[in-house]
Ligand binder design. Structure first.
Ligand SMILES: [Zn+2]
Length: 261
């Protein structure tokens, strides 16, 4: 469901402050120190991310222990929603790892983690219905999902290579100018844009899930409290990821600006 950027950037800040120093007029750096400006940018979204992850895990744990009144498990909930949506061709498989649930649009497969697949719990049917929501988005050609799929190749390169190219660009700015650094910012910018496009995709999948679980009688409206707790906490992790990517981008721009001034 969610892989954070946060820890990666923590190590980065040390290196960037060295880059900052080397970009001073005499092109010479004295010591490695932590750039306080980095923490001004990074700490609030990082704290939000940790809090959201804590909330997801605790909500998931709590509502994994609450049985659905119907006795329906995650796999069955997903199967019902898919069939009703005319998606009998989508396969439902198990995925390795905890909270590793996802829908793969290329192979038309819904992959559910073992607990979600097997357990007849509120948390399981909530997550399974959310993933089925992505399959329905795929079927109806939901635009943000398509946009997101198109962006995947650029993002898989940009999220890692962007900051490295940016840093290399800052080191070499004295000889090369800032072109390379800007290329790094652009590459990473794709990552930030991706995190933003992810938000409507995730919110919409959860909205569909909540609606379908009740309308198809999988969960009663009294049981929705638990579904909401799990899915809303999951949504918050995506908000945190977007906030992290955007603040990281803003930080790069601030470093650039400091160099120029
Ligand atoms: Zn999702």
């Amino acid at each position: 469901m969610y892989l954070g950027f946060g820890t990666f950037f923590l190590g980065f800040s040390v290196m960037l402050s060295v880059v900052n120093d080397s970009c001073a007029n005499d092109n010479y750096y004295t010591a490695m120190y932590l750039d306080p400006m980095y923490f001004v940018f990074a700490l609030p979204p990082m704290a939000l991310g940790l809090w959201a992850q804590f909330k997801v895990k605790s909500a998931f744990k709590k509502y994994s222990q609450v049985r659905t009144q119907t006795g329906i498990n995650g796999a069955e909930a997903a199967r019902r929603i898919l069939l009703r949506g005319g998606l009998g061709n989508v396969t439902i498989e198990t995925a390795e790892g905890m909270l590793s649930d996802h829908y793969d649009p290329r192979s038309k497969a819904l992959r559910l983690s073992a607990d979600v697949f097997n357990l007849p719990s509120i948390a399981s049917v909530g997550v399974a219905a959310h993933e089925a929501g992505h399959a329905l988005q795929d079927k109806t050609g939901y635009m943000p999902l398509q946009l997101r799929s198109v962006m995947v190749p650029a993002v898989s390169i940009g999220s890692n290579l962007g900051p490295i190219i940016f840093m290399a660009g800052m080191f070499l700015a004295g000889t090369l100018g800032t072109t390379l650094a800007w290329a790094g910012i652009m590459l990473f910018g794709a990552t930030a844009l991706f995190a933003l496009v992810t938000l409507p995709v995730e919110f919409d999948a959860s909205r569909r899930a909540k609606e379908l679980l009740v309308s198809q009688g999988i969960v009663s409206s009294a049981e929705m409290k638990g579904v909401n707790a799990v899915l809303d906490a999951a949504a918050l992790t995506y908000v945190a990821a977007a906030a992290q990517a955007i603040t990281q981008l803003l930080y790069f721009l601030t470093v650039m600006n400091r160099r120029n001034s």
